[in-house]
Design a protein around this ligand. Structure first.
Ligand SMILES: Nc1ncnc2c1ncn2[C@@H]1O[C@H](COP(=O)(O)OP(=O)(O)O)[C@@H](O)[C@H]1O
Ligand SMILES: O=P(O)(O)OC[C@H]1O[C@](O)(COP(=O)(O)O)[C@@H](O)[C@@H]1O
Ligand SMILES: [Mg+2]
Length: 322
């Protein structure tokens, strides 16, 4: 192997830069050239690719986002787009590709693998909805951002005896909401994986008020059937139902911004190093992930045909701890 490529794809996740840095530096240590693709699969289609040296990735680990840029690239979902991407790789003499991204991106890497191109995926998304890695790059930072929001909301909530609906990201997955609720000591949690009856939720908030709580925080996953806004509207005309006055906060893209935590920097460095190791072994078509504290590989077809489930024991724990 002489030359490999690396790209970041889908939603950016804090820690992606640490992963790029580790791919470049471990690749160079193996005697390879490492080329970076700009703007995810879209850059592969349009031929935006450049060589990266060890110094080009200096001073990036502490930065959020991705220096290579990312994209949602619908054209790559078509065979025509994939063949264009393949042409770029062949024209530039790239012999293998590292794809740093989430479930959509790894579906894309699976497509390249099927077309016979050597790929290795690195598990990276704030949503933690990717099978094959217990946690993914960006999750820890995103959780800490939720926590800061909860801690701040609690101070203003208790000053005015209010309830807050805090909506967090996660697409169709309730992981971020559930873990934020446990770590932040929220009074309730609404996730897509569990049917929520707004009346039951009202009952829980009323109970919190009657217990003498000065505030109530409900963490709502953006993908839940009733999101924060609909729940807020549902309750707003019924103050007496809750005891509390109610406000809604939607965290939005703040969730993905800013510097990665130490955990995400280390995870990203380890997973990316695991990716170049896999390439060196000639192990292609796999996702590099973290399982039981070890760096593992899982066949990309298994990753893309499996669903990561929420641990319902944690949901029960969140209820007991409220
Ligand atoms: N079914 C698919 N086939 C091929 N490529 C896909 C597929 N789904 C997603 N991708 C590619 O992966 C990119 C990123 O996926 P997306 O779901 O947006 O983010 P993430 O990888 O973070 O989950 C998409 O923009 C597209 O280019
Ligand atoms: O940044 P966009 O395109 O508005 O998309 C928002 C989505 O991206 C995410 O932040 C990350 O999702 P992906 O990892 O699947 O890209 C989701 O939590 C959220 O639903
Ligand atoms: Mg995704």
């Amino acid at each position: 192997m002489k030359r490999i490529g690396v790209l970041t794809s889908g939603g950016d996740a804090p820690g992606m830069n640490a992963a790029i840095r580790a791919v470049v530096r471990t690749g160079i240590a193996k005697g390879w050239e490492v080329w970076g693709v700009k703007g995810g699969y879209q850059g592969l289609i349009t031929g935006k690719i450049l060589p990266l040296g060890a110094r080009d990735v200096g001073g990036i680990m502490q930065r959020g986002g991705t220096i290579l840029g990312s994209a949602r690239a619908p054209e790559f979902k078509t065979e025509e787009g994939q063949l264009k991407a393949l042409r770029t790789l062949n024209e530039q003499g790239i012999e293998a590709l590292v794809v740093i991204g989430g479930n959509g991106s790894q579906t894309g890497s699976g497509a390249l693998h099927k077309l016979g191109f050597p790929v290795v995926g690195v598990a990276s998304t704030i949503d933690n909805d990717l099978y094959g890695s217990e946690t993914t790059i960006g999750v820890d930072t995103a959780l800490n951002i939720s926590l800061e929001a909860i801690d701040r909301l609690k101070t203003t909530a208790s000053s005015l005896q209010r309830a807050f609906m805090l909506e967090v990201m996660g697409r169709d997955c309730g992981y971020l909401a559930l873990m934020s609720a446990i770590a932040g000591g929220a009074e309730a949690c609404v996730i897509p994986e569990v049917e929520t009856d707004p009346e039951d939720l009202a009952q829980r908030l009323r109970a919190a008020y009657q217990k003498g709580k000065e505030h109530a925080i409900v963490v709502v996953a953006e993908g839940a059937k009733y999101n924060a806004e609909t729940l807020g509207q549902y309750f707003s005309s019924h103050r007496e139902r809750l005891g509390f006055d109610l406000r809604v906060t939607i965290l939005g893209h703040v969730q993905r911004g800013g510097a990665p935590t130490a955990y995400d920097r280390i995870l990203a460095s380890r997973l990316a190093a695991g990716a170049t190791e896999a390439l060196a072994r000639g192990e292609f078509g796999v996702l590099v992930g973290l399982n039981q504290s070890k760096i593992t590989t899982t066949p990309i077809e298994v990753v893309n045909s499996s669903k990561k489930e929420i641990d319902m024991e944690l949901f029960e724990l969140a209820k007991i701890l409220d």
